[in-house]
Design a protein around this ligand. Structure first.
Ligand SMILES: Nc1ncnc2c1ncn2[C@@H]1O[C@H](COP(=O)(O)OP(=O)(O)O)[C@@H](O)[C@H]1O
Ligand SMILES: [Mg+2]
Length: 458
């Protein structure tokens, strides 16, 4: 089996023969073959192939074949040849699945997410056939999808294409994703041999459970789901401060930081109406009643041991490690944002006054010359955490956003693993380059999953 990238060129006329230049035929090892199965995504046709004496690596496709296979565009693409089956695949066809948005238009077919979609697609523009689609765009009976492509001129264009070779799931609704109908929808791709990554949102508790029994669990602070008042009280005595987080939460919403000072009482910090609130209770019962535990208000909350994070100017800092699988199916750190909490804030989110820095800046301020060493260690741990999550999880993962803390003894902790990580750290001028690398890794890994690259020996 062999693969390379080449130029696709559409030719007029009515003939049905595919022409390939000598270098392309040689690179792919197509020799002595008269007819091949040409494949794009889920569609294939059997066609005669002939050598053409022209320079370069080009495949010439007659219009009739372009239409039969619904090839979305000419230009650069990968080709993969399987000599055993005389099968030549073009593409790959990569679909990013996103949600149907209410406010859409021709200029922004994915509503407010259009520019995000555009940045994903731009990274694959000259490599693969890359498009965005919503679940409604799939026609299972025809085996086609109406995809949104970005043209060379940067315009959105709708094209009907075969089912993709791989699906990158960026559906942005936890609620929609929990529905059984959506689960079955994704399963249909799997049944057709089409990989889907990442399968779904992770709840925090899902990830802690996934790591249960794994050696890497030691990097997760002690955590309990649906804590009883007794559990909270005991945790507060043991750890002095704890975090309460909604298991399916994000962006710091609904988080409490509880502290116990023997002699002074119990303190609760949280964010309300865009302000940081601090409350004090002399007795645990007061705190417990404010939290509404007996009224069931902490259902689906996780109580977690508080970690004393390293600080800059007395503000805690933590890190977003944006992790990817690369084209060799290995986890790598694509980009790291250090996040300094806003004063009085219980989280480091920018919308709560947090500030993004490069990790070199932040760790240099905390550890001086040793900053780099601490960073390298944290990277190793982040990679091992991704490997651990992956080995204990039955679905394919290609990207994870780890929220990582470093405590005052330099221990590394993971607060959560996001399976649909945001990209806000990459807005920082010092992280733009990593942002682009991250987008490229998504394409490379999709190409790998689509089996356009040699796979590791089992
Ligand atoms: N156990 C903890 N100890 C110390 N800080 C924490 C802890 N859990 C969360 N935090 C802080 O709160 C932030 C948000 O927590 P996280 O688990 O990432 O929830 P969210 O889904 O809201 O982002 C973290 O980035 C970190 O700054
Ligand atoms: Mg987080």
């Amino acid at each position: 089996m062999s693969f390379t990238s080449c130029t696709l060129s559409f030719t007029g006329g009515t003939e049905k023969t595919v022409l390939a230049t000598r270098s392309l035929v040689k690179t792919l090892g197509i020799s002595g073959v008269k007819t091949i199965t040409l494949k794009v995504g889920s569609k294939d046709v059997s066609v005669p192939i002939k050598l053409v004496k022209r320079p370069g690596m080009t495949l010439y496709l007659p219009i009739a074949i372009k239409q039969a296979l619904r090839v979305p565009r000419s230009g650069r693409a990968y080709v993969h040849y399987d000599a055993a089956n005389q099968e030549l695949r073009l593409g790959p066809l990569i679909g990013i699945m996103t949600g149907a948005m209410v406010r859409t238009s021709a200029e922004s077919p994915h509503g407010p997410r259009s520019s995000l979609m555009r940045s994903y697609l731009s990274a694959g523009a000259n490599k693969a056939f890359y498009f965005a689609f919503t679940p409604h765009d799939v026609d299972w009976s025809e085996g086609t999808v109406v995809g949104h492509f970005v043209s060379g001129e940067g315009e959105w264009v709708r094209k009907t294409v075969p089912l993709p070779d791989v699906v990158y799931n960026r559906l942005a609704s936890r609620r929609a994703e929990k529905q059984q109908s959506f689960e079955s929808f994704k399963e249909r791709f799997i049944r057709k041999g089409i990989p889907v990554f990442n399968w779904s949102y992770f709840d925090k508790w899902d990830v802690y459970k996934i790591l249960e029994g794994d050696e890497m669990k030691k990097h997760v602070p002690e955590s309990h789901i649906n804590p009883s008042p007794e559990t909270l009280k005991a945790m507060l005595e043991r750890h002095k401060f704890i975090y309460l987080k909604p298991t399916a939460g994000s962006l710091g919403n609904g988080i409490y930081r509880l502290t116990y000072h023997p002699g002074k009482g119990y303190f609760a910090r949280f964010r309300q109406n865009n302000q940081n609130v601090l409350l004090r209770y002399g007795k645990f019962a007061g705190l417990s009643s404010m939290l509404g535990i007996s009224r069931g208000r902490l259902r689906n909350y996780v109580a977690q041991q508080g970690i004393r994070l390293i600080e800059i100017d007395s503000c805690p800092i933590d890190f977003r490690f944006h992790m990817h699988k690369n084209s060799r199916d290995e986890w790598i750190v694509a980009g790291i944002g250090a996040k300094k909490a806003g004063r009085g804030s219980v989280t480091t989110h920018v919308k709560n006054g947090g500030q993004v820095m490069t990790p070199e800046q932040a760790l240099g301020l905390v550890f001086g010359d040793r900053g780099n060493q601490v960073l390298e260690h944290a990277k190793q741990v982040a990679i091992q955490l991704c490997q651990a999550i992956e080995r204990n999880y039955k679905r394919v993962l290609g990207e994870l956003g780890l929220d990582i803390g470093i405590d005052q003894n330099e221990r590394i902790w993971m607060f959560e693993a996001n399976s649909k990580p945001g990209r806000s750290i990459f807005k920082h001028p010092g992280l733009k380059h990593q942002g682009r690398a991250s987008l490229n890794h998504l394409v490379d890994y999709s190409v790998y999953l689509a089996k356009f690259r040699p796979r590791k020996e089992a």
